[in-house]
Every structure is written in structure tokens, then in C-alpha cells.
Design a protein around this ligand. Structure first.
Ligand code: SF4
Length: 625
């Protein structure tokens, strides 16, 4: 009987670049059985995606597999001639990527793209292919009429479904999904993950899920491989790993997560970064960041050891267990991280009297019946035939020093509301009051003075900073236009203070954004917003593009700044764990309206609207009802 599933042993990927030798994947091994889901977990730069590309034999030209073995069922994939591999790729072994637009052909209709895969891998053409396209679209929950659309006519979730349908066309034995839902909101993410799980069980398919999200891995995987610096450092059943994470890196990944029960506490931190692929390692690759490192860690590389029947760890703190009695053995007792310090002024205690629902006491920002309608124009004369009500009668308020989270699916009007509050968009109706002053009708100097008091930090620190400008100039830019009374000396002093406040060195001012990591760039964006001393920060998904370790640093930084300066935050996010950890109040938006608003603990524990209940039910992990 032929074997099914995927087995990877001792995989090593090498890159030769400008005389340097990089080893981004080193001695990686795992197995996925039929009808099993394995999650490959870790921060960016740990080698997860390169491992997947190596399995697909789609590595970039500069990279090569120099050791190891990959078996798809009984087929040795690394030994196959390229022509034979083309028959396997997209057929028995398929892969879906994070951004479906990179995999879908933008100038081909969905039906033609799926049809191409059907003809190549199953020889289906004509009527049989047409019927199969419809069956596949139905399987992924896409209306049959969508087959005539081009990719740009589909939403993000629909494109991901179309791509999954295309990948299923070859009836794969193994499907690799590389961060398939990272760019999607919580409701669409839930639909896509359920779809993948359903397809895996119904078809007996093996699923390799690459993710940095512990909650997603916890919901989906049967077994989990944690990767760090190109190696697997922990390999366990989901039950064992989530009950008792053993490797210090895995334990840190859990400890840095924002959780409602950690409200009012500083998040644990994981300082430093994943070492570069060309770093020379004498000992453990995690040693520079490990709170439990001891002298042996710096001189001797640990091996992956079986410490329980379904659990292996690469760490000198453990030694092989007597698997017979199931006990995990450990050389030294774990040194627990210090208890998180309290941030005194960060959050009121549960039960502490708060402002009435829907209104913050002594509001800094008050939004009343705000509407932003976009006209729909048709015909030669571009007549207005209707309107899109992006924001439709929203009222909310935020007190000084308070955090109001704004949640809802993509397209519900959150960002449009933020832009209208900042007067980057002219509202159709309603009022925006800042510290009792109405922004409507303000122009010139008076608008400029009020703008200074509200600043925004965007989601993507890579596109929100001008790559040609030095950081010092980026930070000075806002001051030049909003605080013209400051001279060059005063501006540069303020730049130095803000850089220090966000934890960046003074010499950062003379460097360009590309010299910094994603987390450091988000610190620069926060420093830029702070230079004009605002009273309200609008944070538009400020951590969703960051690893969990960097997210924890940014959330701690925001809490520190708020505690010190009493800033108010309007925090736009789809991450309900962050909401539960950080916000005092939450407003839930759907279709341009606020459908529910209230104190965070109450709303998350006892949602009143069906829509909020749906959002909570779709959230991965422990928030799920
Ligand atoms: Fe930490 Fe040492 Fe274990 Fe590496 S081997 S994870 S440095 S304790």
C-alpha cells in the first residue's frame, strides 16, 4: 500500500550571495500524515516560508537545497527531474500564498485559471472542466457567477477562495498554506480557516499551515513545529505544546501575547531579533535572547531531543526522558520570567465606576451623528444616482487618557471615520468636537492649530515613512508645518527627546528608514506623531503588520506614553485580544454604523448585538465562545 503525507528530513537551504554563505534553513525535519494539519510557527525571518519554497522546489535562483530529503508519499521530491516535478507541483503538492494577487493571473478570468489547472493535472477539458470549476467554486463557498470575474473584481477573501479552488483543482495530497489569512479581517479569516480545515478532513489531505499566530495554530493544528533561526526548536502535539510549552523561545511567544486577563500589566518582552542567516553559531541560536541561558548554551549547540512521547525540544535545559513513563525531564528548573509590573495609571479596575455608555466623561473628542457619504455617479454626464454611506450617523467620545477601540470587519467604515475626524475627509453631516471646539468650518491657522492636537499612526511602518528622508527630517516635517514658531535648534532638541522616549538611539536621526526593523519603524512613526505634542493619537492597526514580540514592545510603549502624558487613543483594530488587553471602551462598527458600544470587559464578556457575537465567535483562540 502506498504511503500518503509528507516527510521532511535534515533539510538544509544554502544561499551564496556576494561571497557570503547564508544558511536560512538548517536541519529541518517533520512529518505530516494524511488528514493531519501541522503548523509551522515562528517570527518573521525564522525560515518558515523558505522551507515551504524548498518543499515546492520553488527556491529563488541564489538558493539551493544542499542536504536533506523530502518524501511526498513514496516519491522522493528532491530527486525528481524538473519536468516530473512540474507535474507534482499544483497537482499532488500545492501551495497558497498570503497575498493571492501574486499567484492569480490578473488578466485571466477565474474560470480560465482553474480550467488551466484542471487540464494540466487531471486532463479535464470542455463540459467536464466547466462542471468541475463550478463544483470547486461551490466547495470554497464562491458563487458560480464569480467564475467570469477577473481577480481585481473580487474582494480579498473572495480572491483567497478563488486561489484555494485553483489549488484544489489538482486534488493535492498535501496543501501548504503560507500565512493564508494574515491580510484578512477576523470574519473572513474564520471562514477561510474553517474552509481549509473542512477540506483537509473531507479529502484526507495533509495541511502544512505556516503562521506566526499562536491562536490560529492552536485552533487548526494537530501538531506544531516551532522554528527559530532556521531550525525547529520544538516539535509537539498541539495538546502537549499548548498545555506545556517547553522551549524558552516558545514560552516567550506565549508570554508576550496581549490578553484580556493581562489588562493593566506590562507585557513580557522578547528583546532583540532573530539572528541573520549568515550569523556564525557556536552554541544555541537563541542564546542572545534567552532569559535562561547558561555558560554551556554559548559554546555547544543543542540537539532536538525527545522529552515526552509527543514532544521534542532543542534546548540544554532538557535531556531525553524515559519515554516509557511519559515524564519530561529537565536539567534545571525553569527560571520564570519576573511577574509583570503594574502600570498604575493604565487602566481602571473592573467594577470601578466609569462614564455612561456611549460617552466618555469630560470628553476630549466628541463625534456627533457623523456621516460620510460618497456619491455614485453613472452615465456620460456622471449624474449622481445614489451614495455609499461609508459612515452613517456615528456618535462616540473619548476622554483624556482613555483608549477607545474601534472594531469591525474590513470596509465597515473605521478608517473613513478616522479620516473624517482628522478632517482629511469632509464629512457629509455631523460634528467633530475636540476639547469643546467644533472642527466644522475651521480653515487656515485655526484648523492647523487643532490638527496639531490629533495625530495618526498607520498600520504599515514600511510605507508610512518617506524612504528618501532621514529620520530626523521625517520627525521635523510635522513641526515645520504645525509649529512654525519653533526654530531649528528647538526642533532638533525635540527630535532627540522623542527618539529617546520611543527607545531609539540619538543617532537614529541621521539614518534612513530602511536601516531599521519593522518594529523600530513603527517607533519612528509614533515619535513623529508625538513631536507636535498631540492630545489624541489615532492608531490605525498599528501592530497588525508586526511579529508578536515586536507587538508587545509597541503596546508597552503606547501604555507608557499614555501613562506619562495622558494621551487619548482611538485604536482601530480587528484583533480582539489587543482590545481586551488595552482598551477601556469599545465601539463596534458594521456597515458605517456603531452597532454596540461599551466598557471593554463587559462588551467582550456579554456582547449584546448579534454582530459583536459573530466577531467574538470568529476570533481565533481563547476569545472564541
Ligand atoms: Fe536558552 Fe540555553 Fe536552552 Fe538555548 S539551550 S534555549 S540558550 S537555555
Amino acid at each position: 500500500m502506498s504511503r500518503r503525507g509528507l516527510r521532511v528530513e535534515g533539510l538544509r537551504v544554502q544561499i551564496s550571495q556576494a561571497g557570503r554563505l547564508l544558511v536560512p534553513v538548517d536541519d529541518v525535519g517533520f512529518a505530516i500524515g494524511a488528514n493531519e494539519c501541522v503548523a509551522l510557527l515562528g517570527e518573521s525571518g525564522c525560515g518558515k516560508s523558505l522551507t515551504a519554497l524548498a518543499l515546492m522546489r520553488l527556491l529563488p535562483e541564489v538558493a539551493q537545497v544542499t542536504a536533506g530529503r523530502v518524501d511526498l508519499g513514496d516519491t522522493d521530491l528532491l530527486g525528481l527531474p524538473e519536468l516530473a516535478m512540474r507535474g507534482v507541483r499544483g497537482g499532488r503538492l500545492a501551495m497558497i500564498f498570503q497575498e493571492p494577487m501574486t499567484s492569480l493571473n490578473p488578466v485571466m478570468r477565474v474560470a480560465d485559471q482553474i480550467g488551466e489547472a484542471l487540464a494540466a493535472h487531471r486532463g479535464l477539458v470542455g463540459e467536464a472542466a466547466r462542471a468541475e470549476v463550478e463544483r470547486l467554486l461551490q466547495a470554497v463557498g464562491l458563487d458560480a457567477g464569480r467564475q467570469w470575474d477577473y481577480p481585481f473584481q473580487l474582494s480579498g477573501g473572495q480572491r483567497q477562495r478563488a486561489l484555494i479552488a485553483m489549488m484544489l483543482a489538482g486534488e493535492p495530497e498535501v496543501l501548504i498554506a503560507d500565512e493564508p489569512t494574515t491580510a484578512l479581517d477576523v470574519l473572513v479569516q474564520d471562514q477561510i480557516l474553517k474552509l481549509l480545515k473542512d477540506l483537509q478532513t473531507r479529502r484526507g489531505m495533509s495541511l502544512l499551515l505556516i503562521t506566526h499566530d499562536l491562536d490560529v495554530a492552536g485552533d487548526m493544528a494537530d501538531r506544531v513545529a516551532v522554528m527559530y533561526a532556521g531550525q525547529i526548536v520544538e516539535w509537539a502535539s498541539r495538546a502537549s505544546l499548548y498545555a506545556t510549552p517547553r522551549h524558552p523561545y516558545t514560552r516567550k511567544l506565549f508570554a508576550v501575547l496581549p490578553r484580556p486577563e493581562r489588562r493593566g500589566q506590562r507585557l513580557d518582552s522578547l528583546p532583540g531579533r532573530v539572528p541573520a542567516a549568515d550569523a556564525q553559531h557556536l552554541g544555541c541560536r537563541f542564546a542572545d535572547r534567552c532569559p535562561e541561558a547558561f555558560p554551556r548554551c554559548h559554546g555547544e549547540a543543542p540537539s532536538l531531543l525527545q522529552v515526552a512521547p509527543d514532544h521534542a525540544v532543542r534546548c540544554h535545559l532538557f535531556f531525553p526522558a524515559d519515554i516509557g513513563n511519559g515524564a519530561s525531564a529537565r536539567v534545571a528548573a525553569p527560571i520564570s520570567p519576573p511577574p509583570p509590573a503594574r502600570v498604575e495609571s493604565m487602566q481602571p479596575e473592573p467594577g470601578e465606576p466609569g462614564p455612561p455608555r456611549g460617552r466618555a466623561a469630560d470628553a476630549l473628542l466628541e463625534v456627533r451623528d457623523l456621516a460620510v457619504h460618497f456619491p455614485i455617479r453613472r452615465g456620460l454626464l456622471r449624474r449622481v444616482v445614489g451614495s455609499i454611506k461609508a459612515v452613517d450617523g456615528v456618535s462616540l467620545s473619548i476622554a483624556p487618557g482613555e483608549t477607545l477601540a474601534l472594531v469591525g470587519e474590513s470596509g465597515c467604515g473605521k478608517t473613513t471615520l478616522a479620516r473624517a475626524v482628522l478632517r482629511l475627509l469632509e464629512p457629509t453631516a455631523g460634528q467633530v468636537m475636540l476639547a469643546g471646539r467644533d472642527l466644522a468650518g475651521l480653515r487656515g491657522e485655526r484648523l492647523r492649530r487643532l490638527r496639531r492636537e490629533m495625530q495618526i499612526v498607520f498600520q504599515d511602518p514600511f510605507s508610512s515613512l518617506n524612504p528618501r528622508m532621514k529620520v530626523g527630517a521625517i520627525l521635523e516635517e510635522g513641526m515645520r508645518s504645525l509649529l512654525p514658531e519653533l526654530d531649528a535648534q528647538a526642533r532638533s532638541e525635540r527630535v532627540a527627546v522623542r527618539l529617546e522616549q520611543v527607545g531609539l538611539p540619538a543617532d537614529a536621526a541621521g539614518r534612513h528608514p530602511h536601516e531599521f526593523s519593522g518594529g523600530q519603524r513603527q517607533r519612528i512613526a509614533i515619535a513623529r506623531a508625538l513631536t507636535v505634542e498631540p492630545r489624541l493619537l489615532i492608531l490605525d492597526e498599528p501592530t497588525s503588520a508586526l511579529d508578536v514580540s515586536v507587538q508587545a514592545q509597541i503596546l508597552n510603549l503606547l501604555a507608557d506614553i499614555q501613562a506619562r502624558q495622558g494621551l487619548a487613543y482611538l485604536f482601530i483594530t480587528h484583533n480582539l485580544s489587543v482590545v481586551g488587553y488595552l482598551a477601556q471602551r469599545v465601539a463596534v462598527m458594521q456597515g458605517g454604523r456603531v452597532v454596540e458600544e461599551g466598557r471593554a470587559e463587559t462588551l467582550l464578556a456579554r456582547p449584546r448585538s448579534d454582530y459583536t457575537r459573530r466577531l467574538l465567535a470568529a476570533a481565533p483562540g481563547h476569545l472564541r465562545a
